[in-house]
Design a protein around this ligand. Structure first.
Ligand code: GLN
Length: 474
């Protein structure tokens, strides 16, 4: 094989293990592509492979380089979370998820662009400029892990880490035609992830195919991390998927997430995949998640509330931007005024309001109760079904600028991904064929810790759909 870029990450790892591919060459091949990135997908690219590359290559990830969303702390490497308030910030430690992957043999290739503090669905809220969708550079890649998705889709990175609070792995994966998996809440440590909404934030992979997702996820989960009290031990190891049939699998299609407000082309592609699932032996039936229509409103109370508290730490005192001023209060005010972008300020104000005394019960308390109902809805659905399926995003990638003036239109991008986030259940987006020349995503969700099942079903569908995840690389 002359072009290592054409290999999937799992294929590259096995060639490295077989001695048929030099990991330093593999790194260089991606490094030069990432350094010449025209999509603004990267905010930092490593200059050379780590000195330990040869030793790393012996690990299960075979020395296959990894792109990492900027909000993961990486020691001595800029970690800015897409925000000007953290410009040039180099943390003194590395996030557990990244550290586990480095130890398993994936060297850091670069840090990827994202919406500021992961707040957004298009990457246009980045303090470092928007990312372009490799399928059509006039369109957004989705967000907030847009840099990770664009980099993998364009073959600038073999695989990438993202985070998903309300859809930020799955939606950009869908818009860029790749696989994105949000694990069960708690399955991957949040230690060293710059926080947005801590009860929802979860790290996961963006990959060219399902096998790559399984390979890398297997190294992210495992024993619980003492540094994150919400992390959980994964009850089993992640297996590489092999299913070719789906006999006996019961898939529910929630009525609330598969009709209204979804583009025709997206629905058509979704229904075609459901037929494929039936052909492979699955039973597909309509089901209900009665409270799902309230998920988005609850999310846009809960996530800003948590964000307003998490972002209080950017005060110009300890790290990040500091604007000099006569008084302490003025220093705080100027620093936060200049350092945060408009969407972040909007969320802080919304969240602070939702938590304020006198309104707390009416907003935050009520949203929490909706969240409980949604958890119960999923639990009930999983008594009858192994998995539920719906489209990932109601639309294909939209044009740059199309939703920037209308926050509600932007928030609607998450209407099909937020319910799973509130329920804490694992969910995966699989490339699902094209609509108007742009990729669409098929979303599968399962009960907590059903990642192996999700990956297996997705793998069987992937073989039958036969989607080429890499857009033309002119
Ligand atoms: N787009 C959603 C938001 O803006 C979700 C973001 C995310 O998952 N980080 O909050």
């Amino acid at each position: 094989m002359s072009d290592p870029i054409a290999l999937s990450a799992a294929e590259a790892a096995s060639r490295v293990h077989a001695g048929a591919l030099d990991p330093a060459e593999l790194f260089d091949a991606y490094q030069s592509r990432a350094a010449a990135d025209e999509l603004n997908a990267f905010t930092w690219v490593a200059e050379e492979p780590p000195t330990a590359t040869a030793a790393m290559a012996e690990g299960p990830l075979g020395g296959v380089p990894l792109a990492v969303k900027d909000l993961f702390c990486t020691r001595g490497v800029p970690s800015q979370a897409g925000s000007r308030i953290l410009q040039g910030y180099e943390p003194p430690y590395t996030a557990t998820a990244v550290e586990r992957l480095e130890q398993a043999g994936a060297p850091l290739l670069g840090k990827t662009n994202q919406d500021e503090f992961a707040m957004g669905s298009s990457n246009e809220n980045s303090g470092y400029g928007p990312v372009l969708n490799p399928w059509d550079r006039g369109r957004v890649p989705g967000g907030s892990s847009g840099g990770s998705a664009a980099a993998v889709a364009a073959g600038l990175a073999p695989w990438a880490l993202g985070t998903d609070t309300g859809g930020s792995i799955r939606q950009p994966a869908s818009l860029c035609g790749i696989v994105g998996l949000k694990p069960t809440y708690g399955a991957v440590s949040r230690y060293g992830m710059i926080a947005f909404a801590s009860s929802l934030d979860q790290a996961g992979p963006l990959t060219r195919n399902v096998t790559d997702a399984a390979l890398i996820l297997g190294q992210m989960v495992g024993p619980r991390d003492r540094c994150d009290s919400t992390s959980l031990e994964f009850p089993e190891s992640i297996e590489l998927p092999t299913a070719t049939r789906l006999d006996g699998a019961a898939i529910g299609v929630p009525e609330e997430l598969s009709g209204e407000g979804i583009e025709d082309g997206v629905l058509r592609a979704f229904e075609e995949t459901l037929h494929i699932a039936e052909r492979l032996g699955a039973t597909v039936k309509r089901c209900r998640l009665p409270h799902a229509p309230h998920a988005l409103s609850a999310y846009y109370v809960l996530a800003p509330a948590e964000a307003s508290s998490n972002l209080a730490r950017y005060d110009g005192v300890r790290y990040g931007l500091r604007e000099e001023a006569e008084t302490l209060l003025e220093m705080y005010t100027r620093t936060r005024r200049d350092g945060f972008g408009a969407e972040v300020k909007r969320r802080i104000m919304l969240g602070t309001y939702a938590l304020s005394s006198g309104y707390y019960e009416a907003y935050y308390g009520r949203a929490q109760r909706v969240r409980t109902k949604i958890v119960e809805d999923f639990r009930a659905a999983f008594e009858d079904f192994d998995l539920v399926a719906c489209p990932t995003s109601p639309t294909v990638a939209f044009e740059l600028g199309a939703r920037t003036g209308d926050p509600l239109a932007m928030y609607m991008s998450d209407v099909l991904t937020v319910p799973m986030s509130l329920a804490g259940v694992p969910a995966l987006s699989l490339p699902n064929g094209m609509s108007d020349g742009l990729p669409t995503g098929f979303q599968l969700a399962g009960p907590p810790f059903s990642e192996n099942r999700l990956l297996d079903v997705a793998f069987a569908l992937e073989q039958a759909i036969d989607f080429d995840a890499v857009p033309a690389r002119a």
